[in-house]
Design a protein around this ligand. Sequence first.
Ligand code: PD2
Ligand code: ZN
Length: 287
Amino acid sequence: MSDTSTAQPITPELRRWIIEQAAAGHAAPVVLQAMLDAGWNEDVAASAMETVLREHLDDLAVQQGQPPAVPVPGPRLDESPAQVDCGDRVVNVLLAMAQPRIVVFGDLLSPEECDALIAAARPRLARSLTVATKTGGEEVNADRTSDGMFFQRGDSPLVRRIEARIARLLNWPVENGEGLQVLHYRPGAEYKPHYDYFDPAQPGTATILQRGGQRVGTLVMYLNTPEKGGGTTFPDVHLEVAPQRGNAVFFSYERPHPSTKTLHGGAPVIAGEKWIATKWLRERQFK
Ligand code: PD2
Ligand code: ZN
């Protein structure tokens, strides 16, 4: 990602030293200061430290039997921007969490776009199905008491415009996205906590992965503001995102494993209704 790291190679000695410092419990700013004192440029040092520690953590995870980490989508937030220019719209950054990577966006969709998506989806709704990893097919799921539908990728000019915006926002090719899914929750409806990646241990997962690899990111866009309830919850980090029309929550997962802390759910709608559009992003082109 960062191009400053290419300027100065990370020697094996430096790598070992950074890992030793972290293992000894020295906080990142302390290690960074030591590198600055030794004459390192700040950007280069920070980038080297991040790279070494990320690779080290990945080595440890793989040694423990976890799948290796893969590149994931995401907005460029290294300079803490308040807004991201997506070409046809400027989107606000309302919250950014590093681990798990969760970003809440404001004003990703206009009120008119939200209404138009609901209007286009409404006549095509049916009880939501989830991908059945046992078989690779689809099934009604008692944990997901909403109605839903899928748009084809590029289904309409509106869908195409939104998909292009998401691709710019998350730096991920349009072709790697599944078709937009619209869900409608009535009072009492919910989506119990789950992971969006496909469980590698399930027999149907190999078939599912043939269409574009794993899911590596999710963008849930809120198409209306429920009267009460219906938040998107992340139980591992005790976070709840309040649904607000036009806003969205994004999260990514670099391996299909609970260590990503991306367990999430749709809390029951208490009053009113809830409409969302979800974009799931795959590793590769989704066919
Ligand atoms: O409706 C939600 O907030 C929600 C919660 C969990 C949506 C999804 N998952 C999803 O579409 O994957
Ligand atoms: Zn989900």
